[in-house]
Design a protein around this ligand. Sequence first.
Ligand SMILES: NC(=O)c1ccc[n+]([C@@H]2O[C@H](COP(=O)([O-])OP(=O)(O)OC[C@H]3O[C@@H](n4cnc5c(N)ncnc54)[C@H](OP(=O)(O)O)[C@@H]3O)[C@@H](O)[C@H]2O)c1
Length: 298
Amino acid sequence: MILLTGATGTIGGHVLRLLTAGDTPSVPVRAMVRDPSRLTPPPGAHVDVVRGDFDEPGSLREALEGVTDLFLATVAGPAVAAHDTAAVEAAEAAGVRRVVKLSAIRVPGVLPRVAEWHAPGERALRESGMAWTLLQPAGFASNSLQWAGAVRAGNPVPNTTGTGRQAVIDPRDVAEAAVAALLSPRGSGHEGRSYVLTGPEPLSVPEQVARIGRLLGPGRDPGCVDVPPAAAAGAMRGAGMSEEFVGAALEGMEMLGDGRGEILGEGVREALGRPARPFDTWVRDHLDAFTGSRTGQR
Ligand SMILES: NC(=O)c1ccc[n+]([C@@H]2O[C@H](COP(=O)([O-])OP(=O)(O)OC[C@H]3O[C@@H](n4cnc5c(N)ncnc54)[C@H](OP(=O)(O)O)[C@@H]3O)[C@@H](O)[C@H]2O)c1
């Protein structure tokens, strides 16, 4: 039995679709969600949906009963460490044999706050008696959906990272790497591996916006407008985000802006034996989100 967490989220949603697709080996799948009404399983999918919360140890214990393999994903933020360590502890106690954890890319020479959030969970897994695989992706291509409103309106996209580039990854590649590890035979090459998952090409925000515009058609590149990080931080505080979260976002903007996020990882090739999907492929498959015909799947 595979237990999916984060199944209402971007990567977990793709993992659920892949594990319950017709051509995937039949394996019992359970999804732990805080609010079962928020999960719409793919049509025809056989999935056991249970209510559970990383912050409620009893619910975690129940969700993990009879589970052999765990996909561990939770929302970005300071709670990652507590969620991960609670899940690892409960998984080991429940007799889980393998954990595939959604983590985040590292930047050489520094420990960004986002990586700090993930470090305790990674450490707990390495020190556990369970087999593990770590997925360390760069920023998701789907983050560009936050620009959809501006692109649809023809307004310039706010840009806090200047010409700094990162090789954003198609979330479907992250999910496929997760599924490859979850379905692999025991003792396979995925165990004890940390996959650095990036797209094939570093792109700045203006370059990504230009790609979206080009694929939409002539005259559809709305361009970008530079937004000082301090102004972006003010807007985040105004939206009620915690200082810890705002600090991490500012750090991320600074690192991407000065080029330190320009990393190419080999994780997709290592995990899946093929190159990562280009950004253009993700955009082509989600063009309707930028035309307003549908909000689209991430
Ligand atoms: N976005 C990026 O560019 C990026 C890049 C690299 C790494 N990452 C990492 O990816 C992870 C986020 O993945 P994602 O974008 O696929 O997720 P997401 O779309 O942000 O969704 C978060 C998921 O976590 C669940 N969750 C939150 N709190 C929970 C709790 N207390 N108990 C149980 N479930 C809880 C949510 O369930 P509910 O439906 O209950 O809210 C939801 O399914 C983060 O750890 C982040 O650091 C993200």
